[in-house]
Write a protein that binds this ligand. Sequence first.
Ligand SMILES: Cc1ncc(COP(=O)(O)O)c(C=O)c1O
Length: 447
Amino acid sequence: MRNRKITRRQAITTASIGTLGTLTRFPLTSFSLNNSNKLAIHGGEKVRNSAWHEWPVWETSAENDVVNMLRSGRWWRGRGEYIAEFEQKYAALMGAKRCLATASGTTALLVASHVLGVDAGDEVLVSPFTFIATYNSIFINKALPVFVDTDPETFLINPSKIEAKITDRTTAIVPVHIYGLPVDMDSVNSLAKQHNLKVIEDACQAWLGEYKGKKLGTLGDLGCYSFQNSKNLPTGEGGAIVGNNDEIMDQCYSFHNCGRPYGSVAATSNYPNRGSNRRMQQIQAITLLSQMSRIEKDADVRLVNAQYLDKKLGKIPGIVPTKLVEGDNRSAYHMYPFRFVSEQFGDVSRDKFITALRAEGVPCSTGYGKQNYDGLIEEALNSRGYKRLFSEKRLKQWREENVLPGNDQLAKEAVTFYQSILLGSKSDMDDIVNAVTKIYENRNSLI
Ligand SMILES: Cc1ncc(COP(=O)(O)O)c(C=O)c1O
């Protein structure tokens, strides 16, 4: 395993150097656009006319297993040999002792938080720049999400702002490896240790991402993943928890299986623990097993292409690729993110830039918005339960401290490409670079 990993990493490095060796300095006038240089948004010819890499990609090799499983009647976890096989293989791939498959990434977060003791009236430190499920998993446990501002350069929780947000109610930190970008886990873990907090990694977008040579999701107390349809390892809906502590993983199993006894969770009664049904189905596991045949190769292609885009796009004024935190890290690139700084791009607004880029045939989106002001926050804080659990003084202070300038900046500047775009060829990446360059060169026509 270790030898294979070194080989892969060496291969990536070689490929990266090879592809990046031919870079030119900005302005990139070396490409020629066949017809007019008029922007497609203004009726000019698109830079890109062809389709991008499709996603997800069904593996026909899974079809026999699907039919056999359906005919066998073993559709659920009870005697679910495919689920057990997936758990064993996914744990090995992540370098974790154990894996528990769950119905989704959200359920993985719910199980992990419950088992690690996040309880009603607790506070949980969390990154605001994430999919809303991260917030919901805290609210559903009747705890208070306390947002730690984002570092706009890394798109991640700013570790220097964590300590100020810890109170005597804080029980856990949920660092989110958003888009697959590795959080500075040394800082998070050391603060957690100092203040006796649990660390639940939201690695729902971070399969095979690495921090200092370890897979994301294996650095905290528990790590949670999503296998929803859009994900780099997809199965429609699905999730997993990984961990190295047998007792904690037994508790996770028990909780996700209605609180029944499991392993070290003794059979003192039929249902010794509270629990829920968060189980995966067999068909999800069969799909995952087949999708795992491509995940490492795909991750390498995304990495090489992302590094190529970093170098090329980073030369265009106003386009700022993400900064990886210190360490020998790699991102999983669920999205390829960058910041669009309007003032450096002739004051073109981000929305105009995105519309113009889409018109050139390059699909792109914004990042997450200012969700720390989203409706669910006040809906929760004004609920009967939260008013019982938290004093008026604490909720007032929470609202006053819900000021996150780094996150606001990112909500304004982030632009993303979906992961499957990164599965294309070098010439596909050049289409992206050419489209952005064309828009930059014609920026005055967008004002
Ligand atoms: C960062 C993050 N956390 C949690 C989730 C929840 O996962 P799921 O949709 O599988 O429930 C997602 C899914 O998109 C996610 O991206």
